[in-house]
Structures are given as C-alpha cells and as structure tokens.
Design a protein around this ligand. Structure first.
Ligand SMILES: Cc1cc2nc3c(=O)[nH]c(=O)nc-3n(C[C@H](O)[C@H](O)[C@H](O)COP(=O)(O)OP(=O)(O)OC[C@H]3O[C@@H](n4cnc5c(N)ncnc54)[C@H](O)[C@@H]3O)c2cc1C
Length: 432
C-alpha cells in the first residue's frame, strides 16, 4: 500500500505487517526487517515510513489510572484525543501536549513532543514514568530513568528506532476547567515579539503566530497568544465540531498573494495591542484539528513543515536573517509559529534546547528544497537544529553536526538492535 505521513511527502510503498495479539506481534518483529512503528501519521515527513509498517492503533486500551497521583498506564496506540475525552471531565489534563490531539502515546514518546509550555514544563518524556518496549530480538523490557536508563533515554525522542513501545505510564496534571483564559498581544516586529515572550515567561502557555512575509521595520510582527487554565470548575468538556476540507486544493490556490491577504486580515483582526477572552481547550491548544484533513489545502504534491530551533543568545540575529530569506523567497505559507523553550532534557535525540523555535509550512514545489538546504546551513551556523518529527529533507552532515549526543544514541541502538531491524526512510537518509 501507499503510505505517507501528514505532509503527504514522501509517499512510499509499504507492506502492512499483520498481527493479532502480542505473541503474533513479537513473531512478526522477529521475522521481518526494515520495519518501523506507525502511530497516527501526524509526523510530517518520513520518520514513520519504511518498507514494512507496524500500525500501532490497535494497541488502544487504558490499563490503569491512579487518581491519587494522576499516573495513567495505557497502550501505546491510545490517542491523546481519547485521553482528553476520558480524563478532562474528571479534572485531569496532559502535562505536555503538542498542537494536535490526534497523535498516539507511542508517537508522542518516540518524537519526545513538546507544547506551548516547554519553557516551564519541558517535553512529554519528562512526564513519563516507565515504558514497556518490544526489542529487535523479540524480548520485552520495561525501562525507566532508573532501570535500563540508556534505553529509556534513547527511546524518548528515538523515532521508533530502539524498538516498539507497547505501553507507557505517565502523569497527568490536575485542572479545574475546560476553559483557557487567553490574552493576545499584538507586536510590531521581532524585537517586540521576543520582549513580550520574555516579559510573560511565567505564563504557563505561550505561542506566537508570526507574519513571515513582512520585511524591514515590520519583520516578525506577531500575535502572541498567552494562556492559563481558568479556575471556574466547569469541566463539561465536549469535542468541538470539525469542518471538512472536501478535496485537494488546486496548485494555484496557495500562493504568495493569497497568503499575504490571509496574513493581513489575520493580523488586522486583532485591533488593540492587548485583548483577553476565554476560549475552549480545543480552540487554544488544537486550532488546526478543527479542520479535518487540512493538509489537502497544499494540493496533491504535499508540503513540508520546516521546524528549527536556535539557542536563545543567537535567536534574535538568527531568526531575523532566516525570516528575511523566507520573506524574500515569497514561499512561506500562512502557518508560522514561534515558541519559547526552556532547558533541554537528557534524552539523546530530543529536539528542544533553551531558545526559540520557528515552524513554517512550505507547499512542495521544486524551488523549496534548495531554499530549505540554504536555511539548514544558517540553522547550523547559529547553533540550532531541525526537528526530526517534521523533517523530510535534511542531509546527513547537517544532522550529525546539530545533534551532539548522536554517538550516545548510536551506541545504545547498536546494543539493542545490532542489525538495524528497525529503520525508516528518515533513518536511512540520516544514517541514524
Ligand atoms: C497539526 C499538528 C501540530 C503539531 N504540533 C506539534 C507540536 O506543537 N509539538 C511537537 O512536538 N510536535 C507537533 N506535531 C508533530 C506530532 O506531535 C508528532 O510528530 C507526533 O509524534 C505524531 O504522533 P503519531 O502518533 O501520529 O506518530 P507517527 O507520525 O505515526 O510516528 C512518528 C514517529 O513515532 C514513531 N512511533 C509511533 N508509534 C510508536 C510506537 N508505538 N513505538 C515506537 N515508535 C513509535 C514512528 O516510528 C515515527 O518515528 C504536530 C503535528 C501536527 C499534524
């Protein structure tokens, strides 16, 4: 079958590995090579794509919940959406959640995802207590920070390359509402945006939408969204309704003109420098989930999301240069998201470092790939790195220079999977 992830690029021919239960899954893993787990395909590039694909969605049961500590144990194919539906009405929320709830627990761990609160809460791995993992030789081990520590550190952020995560225990956090008190701050340029992020560094959640087509004095003008849970006791959470994108948009639909019009209207919609209102959890954390199949807006050829991070000390100069090049190219889309990050963790391939990240979508046209390689060189020059969960084009040299704990990861991987049974299109491209 043809398989892609969210960016719909690349497309691979993949054989679906069939299994009915844990025993047949173990046998299938022992029998096959060049395979990788597939969660819900919400990574963007080729990290979940391989010759053989293990669909983990059937591993979708809750196992245990301890309401005195908030510790949840579940199978790796459980969706964040299911966790929210089940636990938010009881006053529990994910400590760390990315911008979509349509991901599996296994995918969240394998990419060590982060959210709008990285500056205070870190990555998803920091909420994980232990993992049950199926290794290349068919054995199943439980690992945590104290037991098989190096396997734990390589698996969180390890892109599925150490084995198949079967179950995980992690802690949820108490909340008192399904509402978020949101404040939007309008900034005129990048310096103002950084200053506003720093000024509100104690606010639990922050994220900025940035107008990437502006240049000169307006470069980096943004809407900074700040949020914290309300304390009104209203936990009557229901899923928001979704709108369908019924077909692939034609190639001409998204171009620099339509994006410019969108950006002007979106930025202009906020009239005052600062405004506040209460919004639902879905609308604050997962605005794009409201548009079912929104990836079709980029047309049949798909798109890439370019998500990079720069260390704080070099963020202002680096972002300025990179955004200028993107604005000049006229190729960026309307989705451009800037986030603030706190300290990096000890997982070998985890993406975050203390600084700022920018994520942008590019419709896949031939001119995009050379542009991204040009940006890669700048990210490297400024001491940053590119997020593996989104990557589809990075080359091996850039990767090797930007992930300093790669050799520790490779050592663990060769100990637990010496013949490279678990491999993806991405791991082959990057020599992981
Ligand atoms: C709209 C949108 C917003 C997003 N926002 C953010 C964000 O704010 N922050 C962020 O960090 N990410 C973000 N992402 C990326 C997304 O959170 C990650 O890519 C996530 O890992 C996808 O999970 P998945 O279950 O779909 O995994 P897949 O995409 O299917 O797989 C991703 C990786 O996980 C591995 N994997 C999956 N299941 C297992 C398993 N059981 N055992 C071992 N390995 C496994 C795969 O092999 C692959 O390497 C966003 C994605 C979208 C579409």
């Amino acid at each position: 079958m043809k398989l892609t992830a969210w960016g719909r690029f690349p497309v691979v021919d993949a054989e679906q590995i069939r299994y009915g239960n844990e025993t047949s899954l173990r046998e299938a893993v022992c029998r096959n090579n060049e395979l990788i787990a597939y969660g819900n395909g919400r990574s963007y590039g080729d990290c979940a794509l391989a010759t053989r694909s293990l669909n983990m969605r059937r591993y979708d049961r809750f196992i245990h919940f301890d309401s005195s500590t908030g510790q949840l144990t579940c199978e790796a194919g459980v969706l964040f959406a299911t966790i929210l539906e089940t636990f938010l009405p009881r006053g529990w929320f994910l400590q760390v959640t990315p911008g979509t709830q349509l991901i599996t627990v296994g995918g969240a761990i394998a990419c060590d995802v982060h959210g709008k609160n990285h500056h205070l809460a870190g990555c998803f791995s920091e909420t994980v207590v232990s993992l049950r993992i199926l290794l290349a030789d068919g054995t199943i081990v439980t690992c945590c920070r104290e037991q098989h520590r190096e396997l734990f550190l390589a698996t969180c952020g390890g892109m599925g390359l150490t084995g198949v995560i079967l179950e995980a225990s992690f802690t949820l956090t108490r909340v008192a509402s399904r509402w978020i008190e949101q404040r939007v701050i309008k900034t005129a340029n990048l310096d103002e945006t950084f200053a506003a992020f720093e000024h509100h560094g104690r606010t639990p959640y922050s994220v900025a939408w940035i107008d990437c087509l502006q240049r000169g004095a307006n470069l980096g003008r943004s809407l900074l969204m700040l949020g914290e849970f309300s304390d009104d006791g209203d936990l009557d959470y229901r899923k928001s309704r979704k709108v369908n994108i019924p077909c692939d948009f034609p190639d001409f639909a998204l171009n620099s003109l339509t994006v410019k019009v969108f950006n002007t209207l979106y930025y202009g919609k906020v009239r005052s420098e600062s405004s506040s209102r209460r919004v639902g959890v879905d609308s604050f954390f997962y605005p794009l989930d409201a548009l079912h199949d929104w990836n079709r807006m980029y047309g049949r050829s798909g798109f890439v999301q370019y998500h990079f991070i720069l260390p704080k000390a070099r963020s202002a100069v680096g972002m300025n240069q990179i955004i200028s090049i993107i604005a000049e190219s006229g190729m960026a889309s309307f989705l451009a998201v800037l986030k603030l990050y706190g300290a990096e963790n000890d997982c070998y391939l985890s993406f975050p470092q203390e600084g700022y990240s920018l994520a942008l979508d590019f419709k896949l046209i031939p001119a995009v790939i050379p542009l991204l390689h040009r940006l890669d060189a700048l990210v490297l020059e400024f001491g940053g790195r590119i997020y593996l969960a989104k990557d589809a084009c990075m080359n091996r040299a850039v990767f090797e220079q930007s992930y300093p704990r790669l050799s520790a990861f490779r050592e663990v991987r060769s100990k637990y999977d010496p013949h490279g049974k678990f491999s993806s299109r991405q791991s082959m491209r990057l020599g992981l």
